[in-house]
Design a protein around this ligand. Structure first.
Ligand code: ASP
Length: 439
C-alpha cells in the first residue's frame, strides 16, 4: 500500500506539532509520500509564515528594507529546527531567498518559500528524499496548471523513489519560474502526488476531525460527516464549506483514490472519507448544508420569450462580454433570472443592463441584491420522498422567504436563494429538521 499524507499549516506550526506529525508518519509504513504546508498559526492571533512572506516581499518590491521581517521568518524556522534537535543550517537558503527578493522574483516565488523550507526540514527530520515541485509540477506560460504534463513529469520523477517529501502549494513554468496555486493550495499538491504515484489513499491531515454537516459558526457543535462522495463534496466546498481546497478533488476523482480527512491533534479519530461511490447510506437524508452570501439576480421578463430561439444565449453573451460568470439561471415561461456574484457585477451593472436591452429588448428588467444561496446536499435525497417539502416547510415555519429554488440535475442538491439577513436562520431551520429530528 502507498499513502500520500498532506499536513496543513497548523499541523506544522511548531516543533511540537512536527513531533506529532512524525509519530503519525512512523506509525504506518504505508505513509511514504509527505506533502507539507508552510508553518501556520500557533495560536489565534499568530501570523502564518505564508502571510509573513507576502508582507516581506511587498516591502522588497518597493525597495524598502525587509531585514527585520525576514529575521522573524528565519526565527520561526530556527525554533522548529532547534525544537526537533536536527542538524540543519538554513542560512545559505535564506541568503538565496534574500537575494531573489532583491531581484524581485515575484510574490509567487516569495510565498512558495514557506512550503519549500518546511519541506527541507521535514525531509531531514524523517530521513526522506526531498523533491522540489519546480522539477515536476508544471504550469503553462499563462500560469495555468498543466495537469497532463505534470502527471508525466511527476510520475516519472517519483518512479523509483521509495519515500519522499514534496512541498505543497507551488510548481513552476518550463523556464523554472515559480507559480503557486491559490491559497490553501497544498491540498491540490497532495492530490496531484496521489494521482502520480497511484496511491491507495490520500490522507489530508488538518486540525479538525473531518467535515461537519454545517458551519460551526452557525450551528453549535454540528455533527460530522463520516463518508461523503466527491460529487457531494464538490457541491459543498463550492458553496463555501472549507477544510479542503475546492480544486483538490479533481486529480484523484477520476482515479477513484479516496481522500481521508484526519485530525493531527486527535489521530485516533476516523475523520471523513471522501469516496467515488459508496453503498453506505448517510446517517440523515442530507449529507451537508453550505452557503454563501453576496449574490444579486437580474430578472428579465418578455412576452413570448419562451418561443424566441436563442434568447438565453443572447442574454448570457452579454454577461460573458463583461467577464461575469453566472451561478444559476432559473427560468419561467416568459421570465429568466441570472444569478451573479454581487461584488463582480456591481461595477459593470449599467453596462450589462444596456447590453441586455440592446440584445433582447425585454419588457422589463429587475435587479435584486443582497441574496444568499444555500445548498442542501445529499446523495440520498434522490430516493427519498418529501425532502423538498420538509426543507420548505422548515423555512416557512422559521419565517424565511424563499427567493429562488433550483434543483441540480444530479438531484443531489437543492439550492435555495434567500435574503442575506435570513441566511443563518435558514441554515439552522434546515439543520434542525433533518439532523435534530434524526431523519
Ligand atoms: N501556505 C499556503 C497558504 O497559507 C498554502 C497551504 O497552506 O495550503 O495558503
Amino acid at each position: 500500500m502507498k499513502k500520500v499524507v498532506k499536513f496543513g499549516g497548523s499541523s506544522l506550526a511548531s516543533a511540537e506539532q512536527f513531533v506529532k506529525v512524525g509519530n503519525i508518519i512512523h506509525e504506518d509504513e504505508d505513509r511514504k509520500f509527505v506533502v507539507p504546508s508552510a508553518p501556520g498559526k500557533r495560536f489565534d492571533e499568530d501570523t502564518k509564515v505564508t502571510d509573513m512572506l507576502y508582507a516581506c516581499y511587498a516591502l522588497a518590491e518597493r525597495d524598502h528594507s525587509f531585514n527585520a521581517e525576514m529575521a522573524q521568518i528565519e526565527k520561526r524556522y530556527q525554533e522548529i529546527i532547534d525544537g526537533l534537535k536536527i542538524d540543519l543550517d538554513l542560512s545559505t537558503e535564506f541568503d538565496k531567498i534574500i537575494d531573489n527578493f532583491k531581484k524581485k522574483e515575484g510574490p509567487n516565488y516569495a510565498a512558495s518559500r514557506g512550503e519549500y523550507l518546511n519541506g527541507i526540514i521535514m525531509a531531514k527530520y524523517l530521513g526522506y528524499e526531498f523533491v522540489d515541485p519546480v522539477e515536476a509540477i508544471r504550469f503553462n506560460e499563462a500560469g495555468v496548471f498543466d495537469a497532463e504534463m505534470t502527471q508525466k513529469l511527476l510520475s516519472k520523477r517519483l518512479e523509483n523513489v521509495e519515500r519522499a517529501v514534496i512541498p505543497g502549494f507551488y510548481g513552476a513554468m518550463e523556464d523554472g519560474k515559480v507559480v503557486t496555486f491559490s491559497r490553501g493550495g497544498s491540498d491540490i499538491t497532495g492530490s496531484i502526488v496521489a494521482k502520480a504515484i497511484q496511491a491507495d489513499v490520500y490522507e489530508n491531515w488538518t486540525d479538525v476531525s473531518g467535515f461537519l454537516i454545517a458551519d460551526p459558526h452557525i450551528i453549535d457543535n454540528p455533527e460530522s460527516i463520516d463518508t461523503i462522495t466527491y460529487g457531494e463534496l464538490r457541491e459543498l466546498s463550492y458553496m463555501g464549506a472549507t477544510v479542503l481546497h475546492e480544486d483538490a478533488i479533481f486529480p484523484v476523482r477520476k482515479e477513484g483514490i479516496p481522500i481521508n480527512i484526519r485530525n493531527t491533534n486527535r489521530p485516533d479519530d476516523e475523520g471523513t472519507w471522501i469516496v467515488g461511490h459508496t453503498c453506505k447510506k448517510a446517517k440523515y437524508t442530507i449529507t451537508g448544508i453550505a452557503g454563501k452570501k453576496g449574490f444579486a439576480s437580474v430578472s428579465i421578463e418578455k412576452d413570448m420569450m419562451n418561443s424566441e430561439v436563442g434568447f438565453g444565449r443572447k442574454v448570457l453573451q452579454v454577461f460573458e462580454e463583461y467577464d461575469i460568470s453566472f451561478e444559476h439561471m432559473p427560468s419561467g415561461i416568459d421570465t429568466l433570472s441570472v444569478m451573479v456574484h454581487q461584488s463582480e457585477f456591481a461595477d459593470k451593472e449599467q453596462n450589462i443592463l444596456s447590453g441586455i436591452n440592446k440584445a433582447v429588448s425585454p419588457d422589463s428588467i429587475e435587479i435584486q441584491s443582497d441574496l444568499a444561496l444555500i445548498a442542501v446536499v445529499g446523495r440520498c435525497m434522490k430516493s427519498q420522498r418529501g425532502t423538498a417539502a420538509r426543507i420548505f416547510a422548515a423555512l416557512s415555519h422559521a419565517n424565511v422567504n424563499v427567493r429562488m429554488i433550483d434543483q441540480g440535475s444530479s438531484e443531489q442538491n437543492i439550492i435555495i436563494g434567500v435574503e442575506n439577513e435570513d441566511f443563518e436562520t435558514a441554515i439552522k431551520a434546515v439543520y434542525t429538521i433533518f439532523v435534530d429530528t434524526r431523519i
